[in-house]
Write a new protein. Structure first.
Length: 328
């Protein structure tokens, strides 16, 4: 009898919700400017199933003209996301004179490249050399690719420098990708700077992308994508003898840091079993009417499907739209 009453309550609520106008229920996030942020802030896509990739950018909206360097660390849920090497192939046409070829993506993961001329594998150190950070391949003069030859490089990448501090802006620019640990879900310190031996130092203007990171989906669920306390945007002031200073420091300016969030869960799958069904409706009933600040909010927040801080008819509308869906 109790189950029948519960189902009757659910049916009535669903009927009411289905009569509502469809509204835009995007969640908005904002932090104080200037900021360093994960873009997009929310990746909510149930089609990002196991084995698929997606890319985020670490971005700053700072528009000053004194940017000298940046650094950041990152953490993620290793049961849902991994950072994996990705394969890339570039092809060019030799002209009998060109010695240098630039890869599309840089940096190249060290020792991952295979370089071919007319499908003949070439030997690093004997016929060519490569600057991994620049993605630049040099053929030795005696090994120059002949006219009309196909020059091909197959290589791997994962953490890619953005457009804020690059060699295009100043030859002294350096980029150092961190190392990732998919057991712990961490990316170690990743940084870029303008190298200098004598003042004045090179600087550049924001806003811009610090770096791009491609994740591989390895599970079903949710993951925070969290910028670490080591995250900084550093400027250079030419007053006096010149010195660097922290424009943004995540340790002391947490309100200027926007973290990210990933979910490939079907909205409405409140118990996380990969299907939106009667069990989810029953669980949702227990949470209905709760809101942020309530003593039980920690328990029921997972039913706040549109992220507005309360569990109400709009959330039930989302659940009802997806009722019957399940992961492949």
């Amino acid at each position: 009898m109790r189950i029948r009453k519960n189902l009757l309550w659910i049916s009535l609520i669903m009927l009411l919700v289905l009569c509502l106008f469809i509204v835009d229920m995007k969640t908005s996030y904002s932090v104080e400017s200037p900021a360093i942020m994960v873009v997009p802030t929310n990746t909510l896509d149930e089609t990002l199933t196991t084995g698929k990739n997606f890319t985020i950018s670490i971005y700053t909206d700072y528009n000053g003209s004194d940017v000298w360097s940046y650094q950041f660390t990152l953490s993620y849920n290793a049961s849902i996301l991994h950072i994996e090497p990705l394969n890339k192939t570039d092809t060019w046409t030799g002209d009998g004179a060109q010695l240098t070829y630039n890869t599309t993506i840089k940096p190249v993961i060290e020792y991952s490249e295979k370089v071919y001329v007319n499908d003949v594998l070439k030997t690093r150190g004997a016929q060519y050399t490569i600057a991994y950070d620049e993605g630049r391949i040099w053929f030795f003069p005696y090994a120059v690719p002949p006219p009309e030859s196909e020059v091909k490089a197959v290589y791997q990448y994962n953490i890619v420098n953005g457009d804020l501090i690059t060699r295009d802006k100043a030859p002294s620019a350096r980029f150092e990708a961190g190392t990732f640990n998919n057991a712990l879900g961490t990316l170690s310190l990743t940084l870029a700077w303008f190298f200098y031996s004598e003042k004045p130092v090179n600087i550049t203007s924001g806003p811009g992308i610090l770096a791009n990171i491609t994740f591989t989906v390895v599970g079903y669920g949710t993951s925070n994508i969290t910028l670490g306390s080591e995250t900084k945007l550093v400027g250079w002031t030419e007053s006096g003898y010149g010195e660097d200073y922290d424009i943004i420091d995540a340790k002391y300016d947490p309100d200027h840091i926007q973290h990210g969030y990933f979910s490939n869960k079907i909205l409405g799958d409140v118990n996380g079993d990969g299907a939106v069904d009667t069990t989810d409706l029953i669980n949702f009933k227990e949470a209905y009417g709760s809101e942020s600040g309530d003593p039980n909010w920690t328990t029921y927040a997972y039913c706040d499907l549109n992220g507005d801080g309360k569990v109400d008819a709009l959330d039930l509308f989302i659940l009802s739209k997806n009722y019957g869906k399940s992961v492949p």
